[in-house]
Design a binder for this molecule. Structure first.
Ligand code: ADP
Length: 272
């Protein structure tokens, strides 16, 4: 018996091939069995990329903390102003790492299907108003106006309010982060075809077509936005949450003009 692996280039697939000689009365031959290993290989690659991304994301805060503690040890401790500044920056880096770890844990729980939603009917418009209020101050500091256009007869949504809140916080937080001063942001809700649909649109830097498909992947960040704080995990968590509610999330955007994120959640019949 012989085993060998075969890689096809176009379409890209992997096979494991087992050749077994057979001897019978009528003569002899070979039994060839092919196993399609493509999916297993893909999972493997994704896992490897994931580990390499996590290490990379954690390395930069660790390196800064190391450099700053060395500077402190090397004498900066005796200069109160500098020391205070370094300690503040160390604190910020630790917070960044802790965010990454929290988000990773949450993502892994969501991906393993371990968490079940604590679903109850809730008022989504009420939640949207709450979010608007919560972000008003930070929006004002960049002179960004937030408006909302809420569908009056919106049916109650059946789901976990806290999780949907997290999706909205992520979308609005991104919208503010990626919109320059004097821009604007709009929240809207609508009910159509058995779905509640929410949109968060901004007049910010926008997202190039080739990046739009990828931003919901974990750790994906558009190069130009690496100067902003972030982990690239927020949107993949948001996508998981929305899908756990039976809906989906998407974006349409024009570079330099703005982005419009939208998600929908189906409303079960008994709530219509
Ligand atoms: P993070 O914000 O932590 O970097 P996300 O997963 O929330 O991670 O977003 C992934 C990437 O998508 C961001 O880094 C940014 O490049 C892009 N992005 C998300 N929202 C917007 C937006 N409103 N405008 C422009 N780019 C955005």
């Amino acid at each position: 018996q012989q085993y060998s692996e075969i890689e096809l280039v176009q379409p890209h697939r992997y096979f494991g091939a087992v050749a077994t000689p057979i001897f019978g009365e009528g003569g002899e031959g070979v039994l060839l069995t092919l196993h399609d290993l493509t999916r297993i290989r893909q999972v493997d690659t994704t896992r490897r990329q994931f580990v390499s991304n996590v290490s990379h994301e954690l390395r930069s805060p660790i390196a800064s903390i190391q450099a700053m503690t060395e500077t402190l040890e090397g004498g900066a401790l005796n200069e109160p102003v500098a020391a205070r500044e370094f300690v503040g920056r160390i604190h910020a880096e630790i917070k960044r790492m802790s965010n990454i770890v929290d988000e990773l844990l949450q993502l892994s729980r969501l991906e393993s299907g371990e968490v079940s939603l604590e679903s109850k009917p809730f008022d989504l418009n009420g939640l949207l108003k709450e979010i608007e209020l919560e972000f008003r101050t930070s929006a004002q500091s960049k002179n960004i106006g937030i408006t909302s256009m809420l569908f009056e007869a919106l049916p109650e949504v059946y789901g976990e309010r806290e999780k949907i809140r997290q999706v909205l916080v992520n979308l609005v937080d991104n919208a503010l982060k990626f919109t320059e001063k004097d821009g604007s942001l709009q929240l809207s809700s609508i009910y159509a075809d058995g779905n509640v649909r929410v949109e968060v649109s901004d007049t910010g830097i926008g997202i190039a077509k080739e990046d739009q498909d990828h931003i919901f992947e974990r750790f994906y960040r558009v190069d130009s936005s690496r100067k902003f704080p972030g982990t690239g995990l927020g949107l993949s968590i948001a996508k998981h949450i929305v899908q756990a509610h039976g809906g989906d999330i998407g974006v349409s955007s024009t570079e330099g003009e703005g982005s419009r994120f939208h998600f929908f959640i189906p409303i079960p019949d008994k709530f219509n």
